[in-house]
Design a protein around this ligand. Sequence first.
Ligand code: S3P
Length: 442
Amino acid sequence: MTTAGLKSAPGGALRGTVRAPGDKSISHRSMILGALASGTTTIEGLLEGDDVLATARAMQAFGARVEQEGVGRWRVEGKGGFSEPSDVIDCGNAGTGVRLIMGAAAGFAMCATFTGDSSLRGRPMGRVLDPLARMGATWYGRDKGRLPLTLKGGSLRGLVYTLPMASAQVKSAVLLAGLHAEGGVEVIEPEATRDHTERMLRAFGAEVLVEDRGGVRHVRLPEGQKLKGTHVQVPGDPSSAAFPLVAALIVPGSEVTVEGVMLNVLRTGLFTTLQEMGADLTISNVRVESGEDVGDITARHSQLKGVVVPPERAPAMIDEYPILAVAAAFADGPTIMRGIGEMRVKESDRIALTAAGLQACGVTVEEEPEGMTVVGTKGGNHPVRGGGKVITHGDHRIAMSHLILGLAAQEPVEIDEPGMIATSFPGFVSLMTGLGGSIVEA
Ligand code: S3P
């Protein structure tokens, strides 16, 4: 892990064609479902970031055989269930990893103890433990269900559960526990969240019934589903593609294409918002790969204007607000983002750190309990100053977003902890420098 900081500096246009790394959400799920299934699962395009590698190690600890066969190519031999791990499961920085694995593990009569890095140990797990406890699992942990905690599962009852917050992680934990619950489970989603678990459960042979009742999604997993190993082609991660694409939008003269980006509508809220801001984004070569729409996205430098982002769009872009805020800094007029309280419980408090980072770079940001407004500088004809030293609290998306800002600002931008970028986008620096960006050790 790099200990020095990183610094990005303004320079020439960004040009070229790149591939987005594999989608993080789908990579975690392919490992977990592969381990829960009977037989062989082959995975291509897996994101080999630290988060997913922690999930791969966890699956081994629960009894699956997990082997790397080449770059992005993995084989998982599942035993049709989990067996008790002999040591603590360390999920690193990964909220998705630990929450989905706890859901999966709750289905089995065994004890497992989970921990993670200091960021993960500070994040709320009660949101997953509450429904699991209602199904019959027991747990002992720190205050408010913080890690480290021990979970004991087995003999689960079925559950009809209305999500109290828009969280695909909570939905997925209940569905995975539901694989071994008497009577199955139903998750009711007042706001639709990413549906990768539902899609992948079907690809592994399970019956998942989804009904839209007046805009409310009911996701039902009937009792007794058996998973069978399959092949998973992991599409490119739209949350990672966002960084080079926004860079192209804000650096004059740029044109960048990112190939193979997943276009699931429950993930593409950022691209819709950028188009509303006037971004020149074109999507081509749309095809279906492993049940997901995938396409190539080209971004050209654009004059952006501020917009009001509809709050109901938040679940489809929840990880992208930091990079949207960077684009908004270069737009004409304010961009208003509301209904994003969930950002405060991500790898860091992302509203606070985005606001602080942009303010350190001379951008006017108003922070609200569940929102923020970024006042773009273009209208006043003031370029973004940059020059900030940004504190990332080990948050990969905060780090990458501010490095992108530095490529288009007047003065270089420095971030403190670049090692965490490898959790989701291990090749970020070389990909950006390959496009012509200047990112060097600080
Ligand atoms: C994810 C869901 C989101 C997202 C996270 C990945 C997933 O979290 O922020 O990066 O793969 O299910 P929540 O479900 O908690 O909103």
